[in-house]
Ligand binder design. Structure first.
Ligand SMILES: [Cu+2]
Length: 133
């Protein structure tokens, strides 16, 4: 299986840098990555990125108790849930209201194919696959 596509190189940098230190938001001009650290023990890291997208079209996670970390690199509110087909599974609901917000939670999933979905109206394209194995 190929590596999940990362539309922005910044996303990869964020994941790597976040393992060791808090990201600095004081880079050069343009859009900078918000300041937060990604927990090293997260099983699934999802970022909302401009404009109204997740940072990957496909995610993977290990079956069982999955520690999910959500960060908002976008400028609007997002609400992450996990769905199977079009039905929400588990009671995980991660809310990030604004840019720089983060949220963490846990969901127990058996191996299978799921979707990382955003429940905000108009965000239906935030529907990436999640392969749990
Ligand atoms: Cu959204």
């Amino acid at each position: 299986m190929s590596i999940a596509r990362l539309p922005r190189s910044r996303s990869l940098v964020g994941v790597v840098a976040g393992t060791a230190l808090v990201l600095s938001a004081c880079g050069g001009g343009g859009t900078t990555t918000p300041e937060y650290s990604v927990p090293t023990d997260a099983d699934l890291v999802v970022k909302a990125v401009p404009t109204i997208r997740w940072d990957a079209n496909a995610y993977t996670a290990p079956a069982g108790e999955i520690d999910v970390f959500l960060a908002n690199d976008d400028n609007v509110k997002h609400v992450l849930v996990v769905r199977q087909g079009d039905k929400v599974v588990g009671d995980l609901e991660l809310v990030v209201n604004k840019r720089g917000d983060v949220a963490e939670g846990t969901i127990s999933l058996e191996a299978g194919e799921y979707f990382v979905y955003c429940t905000i109206p108009g965000h239906g394209n935030m529907n990436s696959t999640l392969t749990v194995s």
